[in-house]
Structure formats: C-alpha cells, structure tokens
Design a protein around this ligand. Structure first.
Ligand code: ATP
Length: 236
C-alpha cells in the first residue's frame, strides 16, 4: 500500500532522513522505533507532504506522491495524526471532529462516522460540547485520533501516540488502535519511542537511528533481538 524508497529529507543543510526505504502492506500495523531525534517525525512529515524530500520516492498504491501538497495527499486517504495532539483548543470536541471531515460532503456518512468515533471513545461523546483545550492529555490524544478517523483513512500515520501519557492510558489507547485496525481495516504506520508497546501492537517494525533504518523484521523477531532488548526494551 505504502512504499518508501531511498528517501532523503533535509532541514536546510541538516540531513534528517538519510536514505530510508520501507513498506507498509494493506491491513498491517507497522512501527518505526527510534530515540529522540532519530528522524521519525520528519519521516511522517515527508510522507504526508508537510515536507518535500530531496531525493527518493513515496509510492501509494504504486503511484508516486512525494512532493504533492498535503491536502492532495490527505484526499487520497493518508491521514497524519501529529505528535503533541494538536487539536484546536478553543473549539469543542464536536467541532474538532467536524473539521476532521472537512474534505467530505456526504453529511449522513459523516454523522455515522462521528457515532463510530464516539463508540470507540465514549469519553469524547460525554464531552462533545466541551472545548478541546480543557480535555486531559489522554483525551486530547483520543480526539486527535478521532479527528483523523473522520477522514475515513486508508492509512493512518501516528506520531508517538503514547507521548506523555500514563502507562494505563497508553494501554487503553493502543487497545483501541488494535480494534480500529481489526474492525475498521485501518492500515497504520506509527512511530514510537516506546518500543515495547509499539512492538506488542505492530506486525512489523523498523528501527531508525540518525536518519537511517538500522534493523527491521517482524515485531516478534525484533522483540526477541538481543540488541533491541538491550537498547530499546531495557528500561521499560
Ligand atoms: P522526536 O521524537 O523528538 O520528534 P524524531 O525521531 O521524530 O524525534 P525528528 O523530529 O524527525 O526526530 O528530527 C530529526 C532530526 O532533525 C534531529 O536531528 C532534529 O534536531 C532535526 N530537526 C527536526 N526539526 C527540525 C527543524 N525544524 N529545523 C532543523 N532541524 C530539525
């Protein structure tokens, strides 16, 4: 579904992505693990068109999409849920969800999807008229995911959904991601520093260090790797 070939991205003279290749098949959950500054966010920004790559290709269903405007990439079903939740704090939960569906005009279907989001995240239904800025961190993360779902994504790019959340909330959100993949058939690519929870969820993993992929394999195989255990699972 998504294939990245020899991608390179820069911030001015700084090369943040140094020739990354990877693949996400339809229906899969793929995780990219890496420490702070490894280039994970930059990778997602380059896929979703927020940044243009210097070299390489991003293929979606076999067609190159690199360098296209973000709105064009979104309209093909590629939805980026950014780090830091980035909900609109002064708008209500409901208004944030409506904005998520901004590219759509099928009113009845949009309302169905809103109810679907509320089924997965009942707390958002309870707080639908509350300003998003008054939600807890975990609830804002749920809203960011919910807003992404309002676009009926074929693939969701999730930037560190566990960031800043308590272990219990992380478990809760990752259990919902698993259900969304199984029940709504949303393919997912998530970048994470929290290797353990990400490998528990994912089918396949890649490890990124200083802009490069240094290891990849099935999540089970990575979980058993001595290097992964020593460097990424040791302290969790
Ligand atoms: P984090 O978890 O902190 O977001 P990351 O793995 O997502 O880490 P990136 O944010 O993609 O890493 O950053 C990759 C590299 O690019 C880092 O060396 C970082 O310092 C650099 N970088 C990121 N954003 C910018 C920017 N706006 N201008 C210049 N350099 C940047």
């Amino acid at each position: 579904m998504l294939e990245i070939k020899n991608l390179e991205s820069f911030y001015g003279p700084i090369m943040a992505i140094r020739g990354v290749s990877l693949k996400v098949d339809k229906g899969q959950i793929v995780t990219v693990l890496g420490a702070n500054g490894a280039g994970k966010s930059t990778l997602l920004k380059t896929i979703s068109g927020i940044m243009d790559p210097e070299k390489g290709e991003v293929l979606f269903d076999g067609k190159p999409i690199q360098g296209q405007e973000p709105h064009k990439i979104v309209s093909q079903g590629i939805v980026h849920v950014p780090e830091g939740r980035e909900v609109f704090p002064l708008l209500t939960v409901n208004e944030n969800l409506s904005l998520g569906a901004y590219t759509r005009s099928d009113r009845a279907e949009i309302e169905k999807d809103r109810e679907m989001v509320f089924d997965y995240f009942p707390i958002l239904a309870e707080r639908r008229d509350q300003e998003a800025g008054t939600l807890s961190g975990g609830q804002q993360q749920m809203l960011a995911i919910g807003r992404g779902l309002m676009l009926r994504p074929k693939i969701m790019l999730l930037d560190e959904p566990s960031l800043g959340l308590s272990p219990l909330l992380v478990q809760e959100i990752f259990a919902i991601l698993r259900r969304l993949n199984a029940e709504e058939h949303v393919t997912m690519m998530l970048v994470e520093q929290n290797a353990r929870i990400a490998l528990e969820l994912a089918d396949v993993g890649y490890v990124m260090e200083i802009g490069r992929i240094v290891m990849d394999g099935t999540a089970d195989r990575l979980m058993q790797s001595e290097d992964i255990q020593a460097f990424y699972l040791g302290h969790q």
